[in-house]
Design a protein around this ligand. Structure first.
Ligand code: ATP
Length: 236
């Protein structure tokens, strides 16, 4: 579904991503783990077309390297940024409806159906649908960011550090939610500093270090690899 090959991204003279190749197969969860500053956010922004890059980016068999971000979104790609970017002064329900605007016209029956699907995945959002987004807890905000992204019915969902800033118990819940998204058929590219959690819910993983893909493999195998354990999983 997504095939990134030999991707290079530079900030001026600084090479932030060097010859990175990544594949996401349909219906799978793929994680990219790596330390702070490794280039994880840069990689997602380049795939989304927010940053210029060199190399190949294919989506559903078509070369999308020259498309604008809007055109990539129209093809079914969706990015949930680290900042989540919710509208704090709007209700949960209105934030969700905004997520559908690239796909539906106002009043379209599809919006209601998508909303019902999101509420089924995230019952907490249904309970809080009239509440202002700004008053939600960190975990609920992340649920809302995920729900809003799903409203555009993406085929590829890219998540930038969904566990960032959340308490361990909430991280578990969010990752469980993400794992459940598999049932909707969406493919997921998950960027995480929380390597243990990311490897637990993904099928395949890449380790990004200094803009380079240093290792890749089945997540189960990476989680048992001594180098990964030593560098990213800590003790135990
Ligand atoms: P973090 O988890 O801290 O966000 P990351 O793995 O997502 O890290 P990036 O944010 O992609 O890493 O940054 C990769 C490298 O590119 C870093 O060395 C960073 O300092 C540099 N960089 C990021 N944005 C810019 C920019 N706008 N201009 C110049 N250098 C940048």
């Amino acid at each position: 579904m997504l095939a990134v090959s030999d991707l290079n991204v530079r900030y001026g003279k600084v090479e932030a991503i060097y010859k990175a190749s990544i594949n996401v197969d349909r219906g799978t969860i793929v994680s990219v783990i790596g330390p702070n500053g490794a280039g994880k956010t840069t990689l997602l922004n380049a795939i989304m077309g927010v940053l210029p890059s060199q190399g190949g980016i294919e989506f559903c068999g078509a070369n999308i390297g020259r498309l604008t971000t809007e055109q990539r979104v129209a093809k079914g790609m969706c990015l949930v940024p680290e900042s989540r970017e919710l509208f704090a002064q709007m209700s949960v329900a209105d934030n969700l409806e905004l997520g559908a605007f690239t796909r539906y016209r106002r009043g379209d029956k599809g919006i209601k159906q998508s909303l019902d699907e999101v509420y089924e995945l995230f019952p907490r959002l249904l309970e809080r649908r009239t509440q202002l987004a700004g008053s939600l807890s960190g975990g609920e905000r992340q649920m809302l960011a995920l729900g809003r992204a799903l409203m555009s019915k993406p085929t590829l969902l890219m998540l930038d550090e969904p566990s960032l800033g959340l308490a361990p118990l909430i991280v578990k819940e969010i990752l469980h939610n993400i794992s459940n998204l598999r049932s909707t058929g969406v493919s997921i590219l998950l960027i995480e500093q929380n390597a243990r959690a990311a490897l637990q819910i993904s099928d395949y993983g890449y380790v990004l270090e200094n803009g380079d893909i240093a290792m890749e493999g089945l997540s189960k195998e990476l989680a048992n690899d001594p180098k990964v354990i030593e560098s990213y999983l800590g003790m135990g």
